[in-house]
Design a protein around this ligand. Structure first.
Ligand SMILES: [Zn+2]
Length: 176
């Protein structure tokens, strides 16, 4: 699975201009051959969603000293996961599973049950924010494999993947 940043330095991938501190810009995810790539656009170059765009969001550039870093909001991550689940593309199976792990850790999904059939073990998860349930096949990945991909997802989606709980520390996420 490959993840690619088209403009890692914080610049527009169309006109090449660097983003200024506090400048609003757009990020979009495109499916790539074996993963996803992200392109960033300044407001002048943003033309709205185009065919083939997997998901997109608006964000703001923060230069140093910038903490706390601005991360995409939960809606972006949830929409990304929802899109992954809509297409039953087998090449995305690992990614669906890893996104489910991430969202369970972030408590954006709740595990309802597990079922097993001839195709494997499936986690039935519920997303209260979307009012939907999803089935995700357990890909049987090791903790290291999950951590590797989560790191890449984190840099492309600008999501915090290293903290298991954002709002409270009750309970334990013991899914991986
Ligand atoms: Zn531009």
């Amino acid at each position: 699975m490959e993840w690619e940043l088209a403009s890692p330095g914080g610049s527009c991938s169309e006109c090449g201009r660097s983003f200024d501190d506090r400048q609003d810009y757009w990020s979009a995810i495109f499916p790539a051959e074996d993963g996803f790539s992200r392109r960033d656009y300044c407001a002048d170059c943003w033309r709205g969603p185009v065919d083939g765009m997997f998901s997109f969001w608006r964000t703001q550039c923060r230069r140093e000293p910038a903490p706390p870093k601005r991360f995409v909001n939960n809606e972006v991550i949830l929409e990304f996961f929802e899109r992954l689940c809509e297409g039953a593309d087998p090449s995305r199976a690992k990614l669906r599973f890893i996104m489910a792990v991430l969202l369970l850790r972030k408590r954006l999904l709740k595990e309802k049950s597990r079922r097993r059939d001839e195709k494997g073990v499936f986690w039935v998860v519920e997303c209260p924010a979307l009012g939907k349930s999803f089935e995700v096949r357990d890909e049987g990945l090791t903790e290291e494999e999950v951590a590797d991909v989560l790191h890449e997802i984190g840099s492309v989606l600008n999501v915090r993947v290293d903290e298991t709980h954002e709002t409270d520390a009750a309970g334990e996420a013991n899914l991986v």
